[in-house]
Design a protein around this ligand. Structure first.
Ligand code: SF4
Ligand code: SF4
Length: 166
């Protein structure tokens, strides 16, 4: 019948007009994130890090650069290596988390940020100084000890190096 198609089309429009939107007005609003979110900024605890470079070796893209010298004062493993350079080029990172999986000392964690936009690629390298000074809100991804505590990097307090180990 003539006009039936138009009526059907308008019904679809009408139904969708009153549906609850699935999207939000970002950046004014944000969707809730999982505590396991694999964010961009990484959380690194120098006190736990021995400079073993397992994270760098396991990174499929080779974007973690580590330089050490003997005679460090790392608390956990005791006077092994001091870290001179620990840079992560997140401009090439695919956030697979293999570096975090590879860390035997719970020194490296994924972060929870996702807003590090910039105009220059070199600004996407996180240098060791930034990692040292950053607020420590580690993602619970691949860290069951944090999940057991029901920790959330979005709502919880920053954690010290003593609190994040197994
Ligand atoms: S998340 Fe993956 S790509 Fe990014 S630094 Fe770690 S291992 Fe490399
Ligand atoms: S972060 Fe972990 S895997 Fe990487 S150098 Fe330090 S202890 Fe080794």
């Amino acid at each position: 019948m003539y006009g039936l198609g138009i009526a059907k089309g308008l019904t679809v429009t009408l139904v969708n007009l009153f549906r609850k939107p699935a999207t939000v007005q970002y950046p004014e609003e944000a969707l809730p994130q999982s505590p396991r979110f694999r964010g961009e900024e990484f959380v690194w605890y120098e006190q736990r890090c021995t400079g073993c470079a397992s994270c760098a070796k396991f990174c499929p893209l080779g974007i973690i650069k580590i330089e050490t010298h003997p005679g460090g004062t790392n608390v956990q493993e005791g006077q092994s290596f001091a870290i001179d350079v620990f840079d992560i080029d997140i401009g090439r990172c695919m956030f697979c988390g293999l570096c975090v999986e590879a860390c035997p000392y719970d020194a490296l964690f994924m972060g929870s940020g996702f807003e590090r936009g910039t105009y220059r690629r070199e600004d996407l390298v996180i240098p060791v100084e930034e990692l040292r000074q950053a607020e420590k809100r580690p993602s619970t991804w691949f860290r069951p000890q944090l999940e057991a505590k029901k920790y959330s990097p979005q709502t919880g307090q920053p954690l010290s190096w003593e609190e994040v180990g197994r």
